[in-house]
Ligand binder design. Structure first.
Ligand code: PRP
Ligand code: URA
Length: 214
């Protein structure tokens, strides 16, 4: 990695993640398997995202004796998928953090300008007080993620992380430069973008592959 502020980029490259990502990238992988892999990868990544959660001590009666244990304490979490493709990651995060609530943010990239357009937003009322995790499989130019970050900062969100599956260096730089406090989690950092602003080698259009719309 060669980024300024690279301490705010977490590469989740566990062998199982790399294995599943290889199948995800394969253009012959059908939608059903693609969806399953997106969900599983999101769950693996959530392990890393939640690594810094604070703990508190509790005492638990086991069948044998009292045990000093630790449980997660602290603020509540919200998952914010960027529609559509981000929806594919939500269940994977909820598998690990079932109490999280979900806010939806609709962003669509204009195929000509590659600029995002917001078309839907519905957040939990107390979003400003939650630890917010934006999820989207793809971080390409960074336009959609930046628009989501900007939207959530305007909502008063202070604690913000972005979790993607595949990122282009251009998108990572754009996010790190635009927001001094956001951390980016990704399973891969690819070579760059092509003329259509697709990630190379990437995995194609994530939304179309999840929902079978191509
Ligand atoms: C894709 C992807 C990201 C965005 C990434 O969504 O899911 O949201 O593009 O590109 P960017 O970093 O250059 O903004 P798309 O707009 O294709 O919508 P979809 O999820 O409905 O397919
Ligand atoms: N959106 C995608 O779904 N894939 C890319 O490679 C870039 C943007």
């Amino acid at each position: 990695m060669a980024f300024e502020n690279e301490e705010r980029v977490v590469l989740v490259d566990h062998p199982m993640v790399q294995h599943k990502l290889a199948i995800l990238r394969d253009k012959t992988t059908p939608s059903k398997q693609f969806r399953e892999l997106v969900r599983e990868l999101a769950m693996f990544e959530t392990f890393e995202v939640t690594r810094d959660l604070p703990l508190e001590e509790v005492f638990v009666e086991t069948p044998v004796a009292e045990a000093k244990c630790k449980i997660v304490k602290g603020r509540k979490m919200a998952i914010v998928p960027i529609l559509r493709a981000g929806l594919g990651m939500v269940e994977g995060v909820l598998d690990l953090v079932p109490a999280a609530c979900v806010g939806h943010l609709g962003m669509e990239r204009d195929e000509q300008t590659h600029r995002p357009r917001e078309y839907y937003a519905k957040m939990p009322k107390d979003i400003a007080d939650r630890d917010v995790l934006i999820v989207d499989p793809m971080l390409a130019t960074g336009g959609s993620s930046l628009a989501a970050i900007e939207y959530l900062r305007e909502c008063g969100v202070k604690s913000l992380k972005l979790m993607v599956l595949v990122a282009a260096p251009e998108g990572i730089r754009a996010v790190l430069d635009a927001d001094p406090d956001v951390t980016v989690y990704t399973c891969a950092i690819d070579d760059g973008l092509n003329d259509a602003a697709y990630i190379v080698p990437g995995l194609g259009d994530a939304g179309d592959r999840i929902f079978g719309t191509k």
